[in-house]
Design a protein around this ligand. Sequence first.
Ligand SMILES: Nc1ncnc2c1ncn2[C@@H]1O[C@H](COP(=O)(O)OP(=O)(O)OP(=O)(O)O)[C@@H](O)[C@H]1O
Ligand SMILES: [Mg+2]
Length: 261
Amino acid sequence: MATIAVLSQKGGTGKTTTVRTLTDVFRRVGLSVLAVDLDPQGNLSDYLDVDPEATPTIGDVLADRATLSEAIHADVVPASLNLAEAELALGGKIGRELTLKRALRSVRDRYDLVLIDCPPSLGLLTVNALVAADWALLSAEAQYFAMQGVEQATGVIELAREALNPDLALLGVILNIADMRTRHSREAFASLRTHFGEKLLDTTVRASIAYAESAERAQSIIDYRPDLGVDYLNIADELLRRLTLPGARARLADLAAEIAS
Ligand SMILES: Nc1ncnc2c1ncn2[C@@H]1O[C@H](COP(=O)(O)OP(=O)(O)OP(=O)(O)O)[C@@H](O)[C@H]1O
Ligand SMILES: [Mg+2]
């Protein structure tokens, strides 16, 4: 099992859309994927169409009221506002950074991949995700001050690695919600390339209003607008190469051909 935490330093960089869409793509190529919503806003749970009344949730797990297995609803661990409370309660506990890692241990054998959607801050919840993860995947939005925030996020990854999770590695950096026709996006891409080298994915996720529309319908962009969804197929391919899940890349090529036809 490989665990990937998707994070960014700020809100609205497309993290949840990335987790939602990659969950869908990886499932379609036959991988078993657990999607974990670690944001009290519960957007991932909405996008993946989990019943808003479903309990227990990740907040109950972190507060020791439920096991992780109990909080899995159709391969999604949803979040609700009680996660904010759980985060506060967690703050006073010994081993508070290790809680999610411990909880995930019990499901190790059941999944090929665990994708964790982090909240838009670099607090205790994101640290829990980074401690539980093998990989960190950074989402950076194409805007002028993108670099500044990205540096904060890499700083937190570095801290998690040094203090608590020496095996944590950077899986990649995605330039998200980009319009490469603008100089501004091209400059953001160039500065990320300088800073991250090959860790920056070659594929950028194009900006389109279709994402908001597809979210409203709880539909994957792959189905709603396959012409745009191809960005995520290419991202999935780049990630699978790094994750060394061999058979999955061939099946992804088949899926891409099927969607294109
Ligand atoms: N490629 C895209 N182009 C345009 N809009 C997008 C794209 N990806 C996501 N969005 C939209 O941008 C908004 C924020 O996306 P999303 O919720 O995925 O970001 P986030 O980083 O998870 O936000 P938060 O930090 O609040 O959790 C949503 O309305 C979403 O539909
Ligand atoms: Mg989000």
